[in-house]
Design a protein. Structure first.
Lengths: 143, 143, 143, 143
């Protein structure tokens, strides 16, 4: 897919709702969606050579600085969810992803989310300019 | 405290960071903050007679429909956090809270957050007008 | 498979280790194995018509009364695990399962576990004699 | 307290049951007890100079190799628990703790547990003889 001159990079992962995921009113506890977003980032990293460990080998961690989830429909025990993640291009030294979650059986929308991550050195200092390895990664994928 | 004609309703709770809260780079995993916000809502409920079970007895659950967290500083094992929750008055049938989290020892800001909840009947239907018990609660606390 | 006169009932499920599963020393936090065991019980329930919700419809919940895990090898981020669950026949009104967990790539043993569950009515009373629906289930599967 | 010639080393911590701790039948999910045991080990470490980070500075991590929990009574939302941890002396290079958990209000027994930990170097090798720093710690506390 193209978005202007850029490729649109997306990945998809599937989540199964377990007993330990639901709360006292039998719906998935809202905090668990944060795990589903992380699953999607891992799937994205695997697909596009951008795994957590690859980033770490280049000297960085990428802490989340902004998390925004809009919950559209509740989810019950045993349901299966699809989580789609899309990379949002940016000129600055940050990582932004959009997410859409829907129920697998009928594509009922379940949630939308956005996360923003910054690059931090292992010494705990935020990186304000784009790290070289990230610049190369963006060129490789036309971002 | 007053905010215009309204009282400003706040509560505070304390959180201790345990070994199981930190991730592979020794900082609190960002998803755990969702628990800290829930702790604060529980403290608020206890202080102002607005507990989860009290709401449930009135026929409602209050699912989160919007969660927004801005992470300002990372947190390490063994640190103690203070979580302050403030009720945000609204004319509509929803519950909005703001949160500020800081490190106990030196008041370093750690995160800010907002949650929005709607009222849902036990049959799973969202309530668009203000439930009676919530109207009474708002009057009681001048909200 | 046969075990004396009885069939040996087993099910298998697969687990992927996510970033949020590992601890500060980069191995899966030991408490997360409890989730993997529950995944396996769910797979068993699906395979043999013994799901949590099916038990609940028959009037019972089945709280864990004994959990024993022996950890044999640590597990790292990104590894995939196989969890095998085996039903352990018993004449009394309880559910016992044995579990073996190994690494998918090389079958390295990771853990062994046993859980015991009792039948409790929804009113919170433990059932000392075998519930009818459980007796029928045992006959159906020659247990 | 004395146990033969040895001091009996115990510590106590308090746990509050949050909404996110209970499951679909409104009792604490059994896997969460593993966190309560870790809280107690942390309290023990603080009291007796045996924190996780202190062990780590001496070159070791101490992975759990055996976890055994016996659940005696279910626990509901809002209850407070007391967790008592007792160090079990041993001549070999391992750490064994016993735990008792009870409800704070009426001392109802909730669970008993045992954990066993071994010493592992940061390179991932199990230590079969008692590490020096652990020998000194045992002498200091007459264990």
């Amino acid at each position: 897919m193209k978005n202007g001159n850029k490729n649109v990079l997306t990945a998809v992962t599937e989540v199964e709702v377990h007993f330990y995921d639901v709360d006292a009113v039998n719906i998935v506890w809202h905090g668990n969606y944060v795990k589903y977003l992380e699953n999607a980032r891992e799937a994205f990293g695997t697909k596009f050579g951008f795994e957590y460990m690859e980033i770490y080998r280049n000297g960085y961690i990428t802490p989340i600085v902004d998390l925004h989830i809009r919950y559209l429909n509740t989810v019950a025990l045993g349901e299966r969810l699809i989580v789609e993640i899309q990379y949002v291009p940016s000129k600055s030294a940050k990582l932004t992803y959009h997410y859409r979650i829907w129920r697998k059986t009928d594509r009922l929308p379940v949630a939308e989310a956005t996360t923003v991550q910054l690059f931090m050195s292992k010494e705990g200092v935020f990186e304000t300019s784009t790290p070289d390895f990230f610049r190369r990664w963006k060129q490789q994928w036309n971002q």
